[in-house]
Ligand binder design. Structure first.
Ligand SMILES: Cc1cc2nc3c(=O)[nH]c(=O)nc-3n(C[C@H](O)[C@H](O)[C@H](O)COP(=O)(O)OP(=O)(O)OC[C@H]3O[C@@H](n4cnc5c(N)ncnc54)[C@H](O)[C@@H]3O)c2cc1C
Length: 428
């Protein structure tokens, strides 16, 4: 029987299957489900594939997530920036009073002397930031942080992604924040949710109660003429439609007879990769005083190779055994080319800045590589995506999810996009 084939059992693929009212098969390359939303257990700790905190605005999705994950709790974000040996509350640009006099003056001068230019999203990220926040805020935070996060030339990266991800307080608020502590909450994630048990993976466990997955079923070839998907394990499936959540570039490589122009276009799609190091620490003193209560910390300075750390056990104490704490450290590279920094150097740096005390004992650590982590927003992206999707949709292939749609998305959007697509397919 012809079915809808869903490639990938991450949050997008599983949600699609969950709401689909037609016969389907979910094909997952790994032996476990969840993709980046999977959690795993090591030496008594619960780790995500880098912190996966659930930001939700839509009430219906909140209810869905709460039900599926077996209960989530609400957390008021406590995020900050570590710079110049100081912690500045997030967002940097709305909390200048925490900075040294020199940095504060540079940031204030920058915002006051901003050139009045027509701010638009197609400008380079660097010019966008200078026009929006001035030279000082760009120099101390926006430029060094984003250079580390994207591992890509900020003159070529545009600003079409900033939307909800970069809070934009107005100039008056920024200037006031240099003398008065700012009480306003900024950004889409000032409140977030996290499962009561089992990390972000609780969401996946819940979906698996209803959705059946074919594990170890990596798709390798798609014959769009005869409508057959082939897997590495030797099995093949006839289909009438495909919902693919694997990275778009990988999907295109598997399709026989992709037009040359689409192939050339796809070569213009760029991405950066992330390595996440998960660390579990034992100490009778618990988490170091300077990290107490903090959920995640942005680290813009170039002397540190990592751009962000997050403390799971500050979000949910159940993530770590008694007298222990656990966190993640993230650093990036361009297109998987090099993950040159090793765990030992990172641990040395973390000790240097007292995020781990000298007498604390690291009792668990492991590495999660995320080859496709952030898709690059440059002048080619939008046009390329249109051409690729026109070709795919014409062939009954719907490429969705963070890497399928080739976007900067998150769990809430993945759930909503999967549900919306499937609701349409249910009636076709
Ligand atoms: C560092 C980092 C931190 C993040 N933090 C957050 C956060 O705090 N909150 C939040 O909401 N979002 C966060 N996100 C985003 C979130 O991870 C994604 O939006 C979400 O996981 C995307 O799910 P997906 O199902 O679309 O893709 P994936 O999770 O990538 O799932 C795709 C699935 O397809 C499978 N697959 C791939 N190729 C094949 C093949 N050929 N055949 C069969 N199966 C295949 C994979 O094994 C995988 O299971 C973060 C992302 C990153 C990179």
């Amino acid at each position: 029987m012809n079915k809808i084939i869903i490639i990938g059992a991450g949050i997008t693929g599983l949600t699609s299957a969950y709401f689909l009212k037609k016969p389907y098969e979910v094909l997952e390359s790994k032996q476990y489900a969840g993709g980046l939303c999977a959690s795993y257990y090591k030496d008594g700790f619960t780790f995500d594939c880098s912190g996966h905190f659930i930001h939700i605005n839509d009430e219906k999705i909140k209810k869905f997530v709460n039900r599926i994950a077996g209960g989530v709790f609400e957390v008021k974000r406590n995020a900050c920036i570590y710079i110049d040996k100081t912690f500045v509350p997030y967002p940097f640009q709305a909390n200048l009073s925490y900075l040294s006099d020199k940095i504060k003056k540079d940031c204030l001068d920058g915002i006051i002397k901003r050139k009045s230019v027509d701010i638009h999203k197609d400008m380079s990220f660097l010019n966008w930031s200078k026009s929006m926040f001035g030279d000082g805020i760009t120099k101390y935070f926006m430029e060094p942080y984003n250079k580390k996060l994207w591992s890509y030339n900020l003159n070529k990266l545009n600003a079409t992604w900033v939307g909800q991800f970069v809070p934009k307080p107005d100039a008056e608020d920024i200037i006031r924040s240099a003398s008065v502590k700012n009480k306003k909450k900024y950004g889409y994630n000032s409140v977030f949710y996290y499962p009561k048990q089992n990390g972000c993976g609780a969401l996946i466990d819940g979906l698996l109660k209803k959705v059946k997955v074919n594990f170890n079923s990596k798709t390798t070839k798609i014959d769009i003429k005869n409508k057959v998907v082939y897997c590495k394990n030797g099995k093949c499936y006839k289909y009438n439609k495909i919902i693919s959540t694997q990275p778009l570039l990988e999907l295109l490589k598997q399709i026989k007879s992709v037009p040359k122009s689409v192939k050339i276009t796809s070569e213009k799609l760029l991405y950066s990769s992330v390595r996440c190091i998960n660390i579990g620490v034992k100490s009778t003193k618990g988490v170091p005083e300077i990290l107490k209560g903090k959920h995640w910390i942005y680290v813009p300075e170039s002397k540190f190779s990592f751009y962000r750390i997050g403390i799971y056990s500050n979000v949910n104490p159940k993530s770590a055994p008694k007298h222990c704490y656990n966190f993640y450290v993230e650093y990036s590279s361009f297109s998987n080319i090099e993950y040159n920094k090793n765990t030992e150097n990172i641990i040395k740096d973390l000790k240097k800045i007292s995020f781990i005390r000298d007498d604390d004992k690291i009792i668990a650590h492991s590495t999660v590589d995320i080859p496709y982590a952030y898709v690059v927003f440059d002048k080619n992206k939008e046009k390329s995506l249109k051409e690729i999707n026109d070709f795919l949709i014409k062939n009954n292939i719907f490429s969705i999810g963070r890497y399928g749609a080739w976007e900067y998305s998150f769990i809430e959007k993945n759930i909503s996009d999967a549900k919306n697509l499937v609701e349409k397919l249910n009636y076709l």
